[in-house]
Unconditional design. Structure first.
Length: 66
């Protein structure tokens, strides 16, 4: 499942994640695939979990209109 096909419930649960580790756990448990853009952001980074967290939070902000 990719980010564009998430249900409203999944989007809300992701939006409620307060830490990168909490978000990563949800992504893994729900089998959510990250897009290439997210993977590009973490390439060569010091903290890939934090980079994914920031990417997903930006995605949610755009998708949920926040």
């Amino acid at each position: 499942m990719n980010l564009d096909s998430l249900t409203n419930d999944q989007l809300a649960r992701m939006d409620n994640c307060k830490t990168p580790d909490e978000l990563m756990s949800l992504i893994e448990s729900d089998g959510i695939e990250l897009p290439d853009e997210a993977l590009d952001e973490i390439a060569g980074g010091i903290n890939p979990t934090a980079a994914i967290y920031q990417f997903v939070k930006r995605f949610l902000s755009n998708r949920l209109g926040k």
